[in-house]
Design a protein around this ligand. Structure first.
Ligand code: C5P
Length: 224
């Protein structure tokens, strides 16, 4: 089977990561979570009391930032490491979620992470999800998908996800966070979240997880 790049973009919390992971598994491709990289960068800034709006702090933060992915042999899942430490769970916490979109507006930070994402996908055979994958990271991706779902559905799914990890968060807080991130992500000057004309839009509000995965796998097989 040939190798292609599958780019999946869309709003916060519409199941891009879990879908992309399952699509990659089905196709035998590598899954890369670009959002995890922005989250890890955010955690790094928070841990070191660095401000993303201060150019000196940004330079300092980038100098000492090392993000990598390592396969967990027990789960078969690529986990995120920040400067050698596994931060897979920590980067999904609310304090990081509340800061990440602000950090992701910074041009220098995006430049660094996009370069790493391009390197990770150079050999193809990857499924990458994010906000600018089809528009900026892989504008030549063979398959581009734009995922959406209504805010209520997305918030309930995210609440369940956090609950399963032991974090109890009010639905209203999640809804506000998702809406605010969508607003910042779609209106920023640097690589805003957009649906590129050649992306296939999939609204997952009324789709089962299995159905949305199957749809994307089929689209990928059609172009392989
Ligand atoms: O995908 P996830 O929700 O984990 O992404 C967290 C945040 O990282 C997004 O809300 C967005 O601000 C930023 N992001 C981005 N570009 C990407 C992936 C994520 O700006 N390619």
């Amino acid at each position: 089977m040939g190798k292609i790049v599958v780019a999946i973009d869309g709003y916060s919390g519409c199941g891009k990561s879990s879908t992309a992971k399952a699509v990659a598994k089905d196709l035998g491709f590598t899954y890369i979570d670009s959002g995890a990289m922005y989250r890890a960068a955010t955690l790094h800034f928070l841990n070191n009391y660095l401000s993303a709006s201060n150019p000196q702090d940004v330079a300092k933060g980038l100098e000492t930032l090392d993000i990598s992915f390592h396969l967990n042999p027990d789960t078969g899942i690529q986990e995120t490491y920040l400067n050698g430490l596994n931060v897979e769970d920590e980067i999904r916490s609310m304090p990081v979620s509340q800061k990440v979109s602000e950090v992701a507006t910074v041009k220098e930070i995006r430049k660094e992470l996009v370069a790493q994402q391009k390197r990770l996908g150079k050999k193809k055979g990857v499924v990458m999800d994010g906000r600018d994958i089809g528009s900026v990271v892989f504008p030549d991706a063979e398959l581009k998908v734009f995922m959406t779902a209504d805010l209520e559905t997305r918030s309930m799914r995210r609440q369940q996800e956090l609950f399963e990890k032991g974090e109890l968060v009010e639905l209203e807080d999640i809804k506000n966070n998702l809406a605010e991130r969508d607003r910042i992500d779609s209106s920023r000057a640097e690589s805003p979240l957009i649906k590129v004309p050649d992306a296939v839009e999939i609204d997952t509000s009324n789709l089962t997880f299995e159905r949305q995965v199957a749809q994307i796998v089929q689209l990928a097989k059609d172009v392989i």
